[in-house]
Write a protein that binds this ligand. Sequence first.
Ligand SMILES: Cc1cc2nc3c(=O)[nH]c(=O)nc-3n(C[C@H](O)[C@H](O)[C@H](O)COP(=O)(O)OP(=O)(O)OC[C@H]3O[C@@H](n4cnc5c(N)ncnc54)[C@H](O)[C@@H]3O)c2cc1C
Length: 463
Amino acid sequence: MHTQVCVIGGGISGLSVAAGLALDAQAGEQAAVVLLEGGDRPGGVTWSEVKEGRVLDHGPSSWLSGEPALDRLLELAGLQDQLLSPSPASKARFIWARGERHRVPMAPPSLLSTRLIPWGTRLRLFGEPFVGRGDPEADESVADFMARRLGEGVVDRLVSPMVAGIYGADPRKLSVRAAFPKLWQLEHDHRSLLIGAMKSRSPGPRPQLQALRGGAGTLSRGLAGILGDRVKTGRRVQAVEPMGEGWAVHTDEGRITADAVVLATPAHAQAATLRGLDAQAARALDEIPYAPIAVVTMAWPAEAFSAPVEGFGVLVAGDSRDEAPVLGTIFVSSTFPDHAPPGEVLLRTMVGGQPDPSGAALDEQALLARVHAAHAKFCGAPQGEPRLVHVVRHPQAIPQYSQGHLRRVAVARQAQVRHPGLFLAGSHLDGPGVRDCARTSATVAAQVRRWLATGETDSGVPV
Ligand SMILES: Cc1cc2nc3c(=O)[nH]c(=O)nc-3n(C[C@H](O)[C@H](O)[C@H](O)COP(=O)(O)OP(=O)(O)OC[C@H]3O[C@@H](n4cnc5c(N)ncnc54)[C@H](O)[C@@H]3O)c2cc1C
């Protein structure tokens, strides 16, 4: 079989590249595309199910609005009218620290009064504009960067829970420049984060959290649906090799030839596919670590709790994980009431991540006991039994943008220059969020179009 473009990997990255090439008439001439997915369903970790009126997001659940590439995908999939905004109750966000649930301070007055961070650190915050720039050549960790700018006291109490919530990561291992490029840029451009944030505030509407009525998986299902039989599941790719003017893609089920190949699999899978072709790129991709996460969803009758469970959810401070050894719990039914039947409390708890990889591998009984104990701390001990318990494990959940990440990505991307017609996409390149994957994929789709039309490649250029 021959096609113009063979996309490998059917997560949100691969589906976005394929949809951008095959369906987006606005972007230019449509290309003939085949997408090969190794698993038995498209979507990768962007996967959700509906059980008796409860929406169970097993991977991503929400994202910030305002990314045009993601808006375009939602439009292509016909899902704009399925977007949900969070309830007003979810404005309250909490952090569990040393035996107490604290409301996250979202504005300067509450920053001054909160007992979440030590008073010395609270005063220190006002000195931030006077702290000089760091070494622009240093690959500083998120923890060192934030401690230098805002004081050591913010690391465990504010930074660590935030980083665990976004990346399942440890801020002491994450590169600030790779994981939070906007923050790094603020210091670079304005010296101070506070001054930079004020100066660079755009006049338009601020990005808002959004989710899909049927769960995030409706986006992957929607894209796969309109791609139709271009999507082939159960086709694990072993290797790719240049052949004539194009490429041969080797799968368990035989060979496909294509003018261009897009690898949209996780870094470790890209490494395996490229091992025989480009050892240097394969080594760099192999060095990108992934953190394991177990996602535990529990549905409780509302009366199981003595007080209403309201707010966005609870993250756990870095110095309090011995008390509540989970990354955090989202109060799904409070944040997106459409995701749970009335009268029910739906809680989604993440366990593991980089701070506690063995937590994600606990046997089911120990995992559920841990989650139950965390719920008791966060919401008050529930009475009776949950109506639903569901566990999904992601052994390699989220790529960790650790120190050295930007170099690894640059080395991997050189493969695109050495092997014209080969393109890389995925959550390990320019941000792990759904909106980041959509943006990277839109850029890759444009690069592939250019390659097909002119034979020119600018694919070494990051997005
Ligand atoms: C638990 C969890 C919660 C998250 N929460 C959020 C959130 O709330 N908001 C947000 O924005 N982001 C969130 N993320 C991050 C985001 O969902 C992911 O980074 C993103 O979905 C990754 O998409 P992807 O297509 O790059 O990779 P994947 O979804 O991993 O897809 C890769 C696909 O490639 C396939 N594959 C692998 N090897 C081969 C092969 N050899 N041949 C063929 N196919 C292959 C796999 O089967 C898979 O389907 C979360 C992630 C996880 C795991």
